[in-house]
Design a protein around this ligand. Structure first.
Ligand code: COA
Length: 182
């Protein structure tokens, strides 16, 4: 029996408990500075940049790959992204294209993580680069651990998380919770 409430599905970030809102950076319309790792520029993304994320997830396939995320329906997708943008958000950019998105939703000292890389840009370090930026930022904010919920059959995510240093907290009924001490 899963120790996590059943309503928290898909990386836990769709209908999970309301997190404490943390605003990334100072907001505003200016492009935020970022760090370049190899070919990937990683930077924070603000709520005003919702259209950038909508564009990436519009062509992201397959939809609903990670416990029902990203939602297939554009309206549900927009609502999901708006909720994520209340947390800490990073994008990976290659050339002019936003190719990856990582969100952390803080709740107390924990941060719940979700990470998506566009299918045309996988396995070239985008998730790792965004993860490094997010981990550094989460430490600065005083978070002490990160967690993520994935499907047990999601081997790319499982490998990426284990490779990064996450540990399996539990696995049950086709889902697993993985944690990372900051
Ligand atoms: C999981 C995901 C975010 C990885 O993104 P990525 O940018 O391709 O990952 P990276 O290139 O940084 O790779 C990190 C590690 O992941 C592992 N990995 C990545 N893709 C893999 C695959 N298809 N099969 C097995 N391992 C894989 C590798 O071990 C890799 O480390 P290495 O390069 O040292 O071998 C991406 O596959 C994805 O968006 N999947 C769909 C959404 C999802 O399931 N998100 C997770 C739940 S929120």
């Amino acid at each position: 029996m899963s120790p996590y409430p059943k309503k928290a599905v898909g990386c836990g970030l769709w209908v999970g408990p309301q997190p404490t809102a943390h605003k990334g950076g100072k907001g505003g319309k200016q492009t935020m500075p970022g760090a370049i790792v190899g070919e990937v520029l990683v930077r924070q993304v603000t709520p005003e940049e919702l259209p950038l994320l909508e564009a990436m997830y519009g062509s992201f396939e397959p939809k609903e790959v990670a416990l029902g995320l990203p939602p297939r329906d554009p309206e549900r997708r927009r609502e999901w992204l708006k909720a994520l943008l209340e947390g800490i958000n990073f994008v990976g950019v290659i050339g002019q294209a936003v190719v990856g998105h990582l969100a952390i939703m803080p709740a107390g000292q924990a941060g719940e993580l979700a990470c998506f890389v566009h299918q045309d840009y996988r396995w070239r370090g985008v998730a790792t680069a965004m993860g490094n930026a997010a981990v550094a930022d989460a430490r600065r904010r005083g978070l002490t651990w990160l967690w993520v919920l994935i499907g047990s059959d999601n081997s790319p995510a499982r490998s990426a998380l284990l490779n990064y240093g996450f540990h399996t907290a539990w696995e049950s009924q086709g889902e697993m919770k993985m944690t990372f001490a900051l």
